[in-house]
Ligand binder design. Structure first.
Ligand SMILES: Cc1cc2nc3c(=O)[nH]c(=O)nc-3n(C[C@H](O)[C@H](O)[C@H](O)COP(=O)(O)OP(=O)(O)OC[C@H]3O[C@@H](n4cnc5c(N)ncnc54)[C@H](O)[C@@H]3O)c2cc1C
Length: 441
């Protein structure tokens, strides 16, 4: 069997491991533009200089030998011929495959802003981007970041922490508009401002001014205001890397369309990770994948099936984010930002173990937990997550949803009671929903 994998990040590496877990003999070739396997999620640390490239590397230099992989690093797949079952590389080589995995992820794209493309305008998607930003910010005091999504917010905090004056410009009325609803969004904006970041909301950058040498001098906002800067980072959008498959008949909508078995519309061609568009269990709609854990799960399923196994995703969602904002842990699960109007929103404020304000926003509908936002206290986030993903009945758990410690205490008591410990009284109704969620594998 000849396996070819395009991409060596979360999805591609998970597939390598899954294939080798089932097939120790097959010929396995991996083609990637990267030279090393690293954590894309930590690129902002390299951009600020808080970490080196070596510190975000996820595999030993000889990992491909360990997995008996023919590794083509710094190499681009330029064409796929689905009829001939080959891929062509930018080196001119043509590789035949029996089974192919497209795990080529996504790349950053610049929105159509006049003057944006040019020197000292960056995006943050690769280790090369991170090094370039790090190099550029050394020579400047001010940085403008376009987009206050995950990448923009994390980078802003990192650059503020090394003393840069950061302007974070966001079209929406709050930062992290895909993860936070309005209450948490306001908290987040306040926290970013406390870190010294100029958070400019409900605004867009309409142009980047440049001097005669082509260097940025300022950005212009929709309001007409200008911000002087020598460095611009755009964190406002990505596009899947599928140019090589354009003429193949592969079904591509926003991304390569796959099912829960990670199969594409072409025989013996699979796709996984950020390149893919896949049914989201929580919305029932197709959506682009965009988070690392999903890419790993897809890659594992795809690799297992490519090697003849029977794996299938039992659930899939990208609506699950864990992020640390200036040291405050935040978890967003489900359609927190676009809840169904019929859902009941519970807002529970408290104090975490460090004495900081914490917030728990829970959306409940017909004895089901639909979505949850945990701010400052993410204990038992896994329990909430499983309750949402499994859509189990929480009618008996409702009183405990607002108090995570009590919920956990209740679960432990229930477990002990089930184990037959007669000394432990069972003062509460059985925690059917959360218990079921906790058992979900
Ligand atoms: C700055 C940043 C922070 C992030 N933070 C988080 C976070 O906190 N939590 C989270 O869950 N997710 C986060 N993400 C998203 C996460 O990194 C992605 O979901 C994940 O990397 C997707 O993995 P992937 O394997 O699908 O694709 P990618 O990581 O995009 O990798 C694609 C691979 O394909 C290769 N490739 C592309 N085109 C070709 C071609 N034509 N030929 C050969 N090789 C090719 C690339 O070289 C690369 O190896 C972050 C992303 C960024 C950029």
């Amino acid at each position: 069997m000849k396996y070819v994998i395009i991409g060596s990040s979360a999805a591609g590496m998970a597939a390598v491991k899954a294939i080798r877990a089932q097939d120790a003999q097959g010929s396995l070739t991996l083609v990637t533009q990267d030279a090393t396997f690293y954590s894309r999620c930590q690129l902002h640390y390299v951009a600020s200089g808080h970490k080196t490239a070596a510190q975000i590397t996820l595999a030993k230099p000889d990992w491909h030998q360990h997995y008996q992989v023919a590794f083509h690093g710094h190499t681009t797949v330029t064409a796929l011929d689905a009829a001939a079952r080959t891929v062509t590389l930018d080196t001119g080589a043509v590789l035949p495959y029996d089974r192919l995995l497209i795990a080529s992820g996504a790349r950053s794209v610049f929105p159509p802003i006049a003057g944006l493309a040019g020197c000292n305008s960056f995006s943050l998607r690769t280790i090369e981007d991170a090094h370039a930003i790090n190099h550029a910010v050394h020579a400047t005091e001010t940085v403008v970041i376009i987009g206050a999504g995950l990448v923009g917010v994390e980078l802003a905090l990192e650059l503020a922490a090394i003393g840069k004056k950061v302007f974070l410009v966001e079209l929406a009325t709050r930062p992290l508009p895909l993860q936070l609803e309005t209450i948490a969004g306001d908290l987040c904006a306040a926290m970013l401002r406390a870190a010294g970041i100029e958070v400019v909301l409900n605004q867009s950058v309409t142009a980047v001014q440049r001097d005669a040498a082509g260097q940025p001098t300022a950005v212009t906002l929709k309001s007409g205001a200008q911000i002087a800067t020598r460095v611009v980072v755009c964190a406002a959008g990505t596009r899947p890397n599928v140019d090589f498959a354009a003429q193949t008949g592969l079904k591509i909508n926003k991304g390569v369309v796959i099912n829960l078995r990670c199969e594409t519309s072409l025989p013996e061609v699979y796709a996984a990770g950020d390149v893919a568009e896949i049914p989201d269990t929580l919305t029932g709609k197709y959506a682009m994948s965009s988070i690392w854990p999903s890419a790993v799960r897809h890659g594992t399923v795809a690799g297992t099936r490519m090697a003849g196994g029977t794996a299938e995703l039992d659930y899939n969602t990208s609506l699950k984010t864990a992020v640390s904002i200036a040291g405050t842990h935040v978890v967003s699960i489900g359609m927190v930002t676009s809840p169904d109007p019929a859902w009941h929103k519970h807002v529970l404020r408290g104090t975490n173990s460090r004495g900081q304000a914490s917030l728990r926003i829970l959306y409940v509908y017909q004895q089901r937990l639909m979505a949850a936002l945990l701010w400052g206290d993410v204990v038992n986030a896994g329990v909430y997550s499983k309750a949402i993903v499994t859509q189990c009945d929480i009618s008996q758990d409702d009183a405990f949803l607002g108090d995570l410690d009590a919920a956990k205490f209740g679960l432990d008591r229930a477990a002990n009671a089930t184990a037959g410990n007669a000394n432990i009284q069972y003062p509460i109704p059985p925690l059917t929903g959360l218990q079921a969620a906790r058992n979900f594998q």
